[in-house]
Write a new protein. Structure first.
Length: 246
């Protein structure tokens, strides 16, 4: 079928798919994973699945999902809390823990590490979908777009643009420079190692940590050229940090 109407409908479906938010379901029990996938997909989300710690960390780095549904009891010599810890070292991806462990210690540990919500098995899959929507609304804001503001910098995580106030000048950043700056902006004043910054910007890269110095040098020059203060500070013996009051 090659009619103009069908072609138009197909293009609309493709655009809708491109705009769908991506959910990573980390669950080693096949029936539960398939049930969650079914309900989450029906709700209009794209779904990726992982069944182990190693696979979850790899897929998260590759696909950069909008939210993670994470089971605590996972095979692979650890548990879901290890995955949560690894995610928090890289990004601020919202995470909802899905687990059979209904005890306060586990719940508090998850929240302390950075989980955004906690669902106990057995659960109503429709409720899980509503919790996904609620967490995404809370973490992305009413507009559904994700922004970071640090000092004079406005960072649009969805459009992948960085502007310098008060003149709203856009910085011509490379993808790697953007990822490094956005990663630092999520936790301003924190000192990041070169390895952490390289891992956040290019998780599949085999480049040496010192490559980060070159990226940071160019990034700092672009900040100054756009009229922004050079907020990136070297931290002796560690790496770099983003300091808003520079």
């Amino acid at each position: 079928m090659n009619s103009p109407l069908w072609s138009c409908m197909t293009q609309q479906i493709i655009r809708a798919t491109d705009m769908a938010e991506r959910i990573l379901i980390v669950e080693d029990e096949r029936e539960i994973a398939e049930l969650l996938s079914l309900y989450v997909t029906r709700a209009g989300f794209e779904v990726d699945r992982a069944t182990s710690i190693t696979e979850a960390i790899r897929i998260h780095a590759q696909t950069r999902p909008d939210l993670v549904l994470l089971d605590i009891g996972l095979p692979g010599g650890g548990d879901g809390l290890e995955v949560l810890t690894q995610i928090r070292r890289r990004m601020d991806t919202p995470v909802i823990m899905v687990t059979a462990l209904d005890d306060e210690v586990t719940k508090l540990s998850s929240l302390r590490i950075g989980a955004d919500d906690y669902v106990v098995k057995p659960f109503n899959p429709s409720e899980v979908v509503e919790r996904i929507r609620a967490v995404l609304r809370r973490t992305q804001g009413a507009t559904g777009r994700r922004f970071l503001k640090v000092g004079s910098l406005d960072i649009d995580l969805d459009a992948r643009t960085v502007s310098c106030q008060p003149d709203d000048l856009r910085l011509p950043l490379t993808p790697t420079e953007f990822e490094i700056l956005a990663h630092m902006a999520r936790q301003p004043r924190r000192a990041f190692t070169r390895s952490e910054l390289l891992d956040a910007a290019a998780p599949e890269s085999e480049a040496y940590d010192r490559v980060v110095d070159s990226h940071l040098s160019k990034l700092r020059a672009k900040l100054v050229a756009a009229g922004c203060a050079d907020m990136i500070e070297p931290v002796r013996g560690i790496g770099y940090r983003l300091w808003p009051e520079a």
